[in-house]
Design a protein around this ligand. Structure first.
Ligand code: ADP
Length: 406
């Protein structure tokens, strides 16, 4: 079944057209600078060809029109008829306490998503715009499905998801840990269970999944279900990321606010966009640049890396305690799949657990699935490339199968 997977941001719209039968990507692209001057649509096909269109897109509906044109017309076209596309699957960041699994969109679902805009203003508002635009362009007959970053984490117990602030904030404003990257953690942990030969019997397994990218999170998974995760109310919580600070003493926030007279939006900008690897190294938010600078002897880049490895180690250690042991550790996403030196350093920090890394296998495992622990290692360590779009396409197919046949 041909499924269009959409990731709508406030000023961008990423898409992938996936044939679920063989799980091939027929085309992928991005509409950038929606609502601004200098809009650009980039469209790529599997033969390596790239098509670019410079065009202003005042709204998400305009962007969708261009996605449709790119898929159907011109040199980069991959389908002849719009009717070949059977459904659209949307990535949604915040499902709150309302959505614990993927669902087909109807008016009630849109209402639910809108009620969560307060919790994820940057993301959910854009997702709703994306869904409405998709319905405008593809028509009401093509079903739309929403897949949530938070859903896989909905099994967390309350002692893991509550923060130690007055209970009324949970009641009034739903302040709690939600966790993100759930689609990725779900995909790689399911694959890990397969590799362990435990997909059919996940009871008793203990897995720690490390999604290390621009945004990063670590999740503790017991019996195939999440019991804790490092991101919180928003994707800012956890450990240092490309531009995000991760967990702080909350007094850091109030102290800097008073000293520099910053308002909540300015503080949010500081901790979301100017902190992390970028803020510490002063070099870049991209780990490849920080790695190059660290190798050239830049002290702050070296510090940023030491902090990253130390904080990841602490989270894993905390989750080993929460799980009461660990059978397997997974590394995924841009850094987790590609940066062998971080993996080696983190695994060496975990030697006390009986983690033993196969240095050669680790060095060779870049962007592909591999077991990087030795045979003797008490804990299995895997590199498992993530594929969130594929999960969205699979969920969408599963939910619309009966609808589409009719
Ligand atoms: P996002 O959270 O935006 O999806 P990614 O998962 O793509 O991010 O991860 C981006 C990070 O992965 C960047 O810090 C980048 O430097 C790092 N990265 C990506 N590819 C490589 C690579 N081949 N080698 C080392 N680091 C990489």
């Amino acid at each position: 079944m041909l499924i269009l997977v959409i990731n709508a941001g406030s000023s961008s719209l990423k898409y992938q057209l996936i044939e679920t039968k063989n799980e091939n990507v027929l085309a992928k692209g991005n509409c950038e600078r929606i609502g601004m001057d200098g809009g650009i649509v980039t469209h790529k096909t599997p033969d390596g060809k790239k098509y670019e269109l410079k065009v202003d897109m005042p709204t998400h509906t305009d962007a969708f029109m261009h996605v449709k044109d790119m898929l159907l017309t011109g040199e980069g076209a991959v389908v002849k008829n719009l009717s070949e596309i059977k459904a659209v699957g949307h990535r949604i960041v915040q499902g709150g306490a309302i959505f614990s699994e993927s669902v087909i969109v109807d008016d009630k679902v849109i209402e639910g998503l809108e009620s969560l805009i307060d919790l994820a203003p940057l993301h959910n508002a854009a997702h709703v715009q994306g869904i409405r635009a998709s319905i405008d362009v593809f028509g009401k007959d093509i079903p739309q499905v929403v897949v949530f970053d938070t859903a896989f984490h909905s099994t967390m117990p309350e002692e893991a998801y509550m923060f130690g602030v007055p209970y009324e904030y949970y009641e009034k404003y739903k302040v709690r840990r939600y966790g993100f990257h759930g689609t990725s953690h779900r995909f790689v942990s399911a694959r890990c269970l397969e590799l362990m030969g435990r997909s059919k019997k996940p009871e008793g397994t203990k897995i720690i999944s490390c999604h290390l990218g621009n945004g990063s999170s670590i999740t503790a998974i017991k019996d195939g279900k999440v019991i804790d995760t490092s991101m919180g109310l928003t994707p800012l919580d956890g450990f240092i990321m490309g531009t995000r600070s991760g967990t702080l003493d909350p007094s850091v926030v109030t102290y800097i606010a008073k000293k520099d007279n910053l308002n909540p939006d300015q503080l949010s900008d500081l901790f979301n966009k100017k902190s992390g690897l970028l803020g510490i190294s002063g070099v870049s938010s991209d780990d490849r640049d920080v790695t190059a600078a660290a190798k050239a002897g830049n002290k702050r880049a070296i510090l940023a890396h030491k902090m990253f490895r130390y904080q990841v180690t602490k989270f894993i250690g905390g989750y080993v305690a929460a799980l009461g042991g660990v059978d397997a550790i997974i590394f995924t996403a841009g850094i987790g799949e590609n940066q062998a030196e971080h993996r080696e350093a983190i695994c060496e920090n975990l030697a006390y657990l009986g983690v033993e890394i196969d240095k050669k296998a680790n060095a060779e495992a870049c962007g592909k699935e591999a077991k990087i622990s030795t045979r003797k290692s008490k804990v299995k360590v895997y590199v498992i490339p993530t594929n969130e779009e594929l999960v969205i396409a699979r969920d969408t197919e599963r939910l619309v199968k009966d609808l589409v046949k009719k």
